[in-house]
Structures are given as structure tokens and as C-alpha cells.
Design a protein around this ligand. Structure first.
Ligand code: SF4
Length: 312
């Protein structure tokens, strides 16, 4: 077996920032620290923090008044910020700046009187946060058929935005269809699909051609991990999304194939190495690292954690 380790893979700058923020919050404030939604969409990361005394909630009614609360990397709607203020919560905003960018675009387009078509997945935390910025102005579309069914006010100008972790190819198709139906539609100045999503998809697109099987390490509720598995399958290669080594079915392999391993932006490298170790042990696999694109992105920690860390 030949293993090709795709690069870039795993943690992005937003996930690194959110995880470091939560580690510092535990250190500076003590536990329990409360987090609105999963800090990032990964089972291992969430379980590790639970064991350290972090409480993840989906409803601020579960949070006692006056305690520390972090917002996850996926961001929150303004309604949640208002409720947190009413409950006198001491909040730390670990929203990824690239998600905040989409929120700001939504606010800007809504203030300009636009009807905003948001391309994204219903129910995703990020989509709920973005839609909350201008609920009356935003319409969600998920598919080409949704675009065909769209009825929009004739008078209002139209704009589109996208979730940060979409399939680049699917989003392009939907935007093309939007432009065909609504030639006047405007979009963001810079693409909303983030650099990390694009780079991990690019690596899978390039390396799938050398693979008999693609293994994506990531959780089932991680949008960008799901997209990596879908992308590999679309190139005709069997692809499996696994949360860790216990989910690997050794029957997927005969032992003489090329296996590309990648990981979603919220999947820890330690889990990738455990999966790799299992295949090396069972199939005496050789390992080659293939970095398709270098990444040097880092995001600042949110205040007040940044100042507190600097003062240490
Ligand atoms: S995947 Fe992209 S948008 Fe999401 S946290 Fe990472 S860098 Fe930010």
C-alpha cells in the first residue's frame, strides 16, 4: 500500500484560533467555560474540551447569568449577542474572521436595500448566524433547482453570498445559474468560500487521480470534510469520511492500492496520524507527503484573551 498524505489538510487558521481561545479561556477563567455550539465541528476536539470542563450549549437559557461564554468559530446571529448581554454573560468572540466577513457583507447589502441570495446548507451554524444579520432580506438556496424556483421582489436589487465551506464547483454552478436568471445580481468583492476550504479541495482534486481510495478524516457534521469526500467521489474514486481509526473498515482495502489521506479543517493531526498508523501496521504502507499548496495564514486571538496572553 502507498499512502499519499495530502497537504494542506486539517486545522485551518480559524480553527486554530478558536481552539487556542478556548484553551486560554480555561486557563484564565477556570471551568466551567460555556461555548455556544460546538467550538468547531469535530467530535474529538469537543470531547477533549468536555473532559476539561467545557459546557457546550445550543440555547443560552442553559447558561447561568454572569459566566464566561465563547462564541464558536462558526459565528452567531445578533439575536444571540443581545440575549447574552441581557444575561450579563462575559462573552469572547472566537468567530473566524472569514465568517465575520460574510456577516459584514450581509449587513452591507441589506443596508443597500438588496435582497440577498445566500448559497449554503440549511441548519448549519454558520448559515443560521449569517441569516440572523438580515432575516427579512436573505433567502437561502441550496441547489440549482432552488435557484430555478426563486421568486424575488422585482424592485429590490439582488446580491448573493455563500457559506465559507461549500464545494467550490457546486457554488460556481449555482452562481452561474443565478447570473443567467438575474444578470444584474452582484456578489462579494472577494469570494466567500475561504482559502482553507479551497486549498483542501484543490489538493483532493489534484491527488485523487493518483488514488484508488481516498480517506477523509473529519466528523459527519463538518461541512468542509463532507465536501472533500464528495469531491473525491465525483472523480470516480471511492472515498470514506471517518472520525478516527475505529471507523476504518479494513475491508475497504486489498493492501496494494494507493490511498490518499486528507482531513477537514476541524480534524486534529493526531487523529490523522492514528489512522495512518493503523494502515501502516496492517498493510506495511509506505508514506509520501504531497503538499499541493503552502499555507501561512494566522488569525489574531480575540480580546480580552489576546491582551491577557501577551501580559503573561
Ligand atoms: S474553514 Fe475557513 S471559514 Fe471555517 S474556520 Fe476555517 S478558515 Fe474560517
Amino acid at each position: 500500500m502507498r499512502i499519499i498524505l495530502a497537504g494542506p489538510r486539517g486545522f485551518c487558521a480559524g480553527v486554530n484560533m478558536a481552539i487556542e481561545s478556548l484553551e486560554l479561556a480555561i486557563r484564565f477563567y477556570g471551568t466551567p467555560v460555556y461555548v455556544y455550539h460546538e467550538i468547531v465541528h469535530n467530535k474529538w476536539v469537543v470531547e477533549r474540551f468536555r473532559k476539561l470542563g467545557v459546557v457546550f450549549v445550543d440555547d443560552l437559557a442553559e447558561v447561568p447569568e454572569g459566566v464566561h461564554l465563547l462564541y464558536s468559530a462558526h459565528g452567531v446571529p445578533p439575536e444571540v449577542r443581545r440575549t447574552a448581554t441581557q444575561r450579563r454573560l462575559k462573552t469572547v468572540d472566537a468567530t473566524c474572521p472569514l465568517v465575520t466577513k460574510v456577516h459584514n457583507e450581509a449587513i452591507r447589502f441589506a443596508q443597500a436595500g438588496c435582497t440577498i441570495i445566500l448559497i449554503g446548507h440549511a441548519g448549519h451554524d454558520e448559515v443560521a448566524g449569517t441569516m440572523g444579520e438580515a432575516p427579512e432580506a436573505i433567502v437561502l438556496v441550496q441547489t440549482l433547482e432552488d435557484v430555478d424556483r426563486l421568486t424575488t421582489p422585482q424592485s429590490a436589487p439582488l446580491a448573493y453570498l455563500t457559506q465559507t465551506t461549500l464545494s467550490v464547483d457546486d457554488a460556481k454552478q449555482i452562481i452561474r445559474r443565478l447570473r443567467q436568471r438575474f444578470p444584474e445580481i452582484i456578489g462579494p468583492a472577494r469570494e466567500d468560500i475561504c482559502y482553507a476550504t479551497q486549498n483542501r479541495q484543490e489538493a483532493v482534486r489534484v491527488l485523487s487521480h493518483r488514488a484508488d481510495v481516498v480517506l477523509v478524516v473529519g466528523s459527519g457534521n463538518s461541512s468542509n470534510s463532507l465536501r472533500l469526500a464528495e469531491l473525491a467521489r465525483s472523480t470516480g474514486v471511492p472515498a470514506y469520511l471517518v472520525d478516527g481509526p475505529s471507523e476504518i473498515n479494513l475491508g475497504w482495502f486489498s493492501g496494494d492500492e494507493s490511498v490518499v489521506i486528507t482531513a477537514g479543517a476541524s480534524a486534529p493531526e493526531a487523529v490523522v496520524q492514528e489512522c495512518l498508523g493503523l494502515l501502516q501496521e496492517r498493510f506495511h504502507a509506505t508514506v509520501e507527503s504531497c503538499v499541493v499548496r503552502e499555507e501561512q495564514v494566522r488569525f489574531l486571538l480575540p480580546e480580552p484573551l489576546r491582551s491577557m496572553a501577551a501580559a503573561q
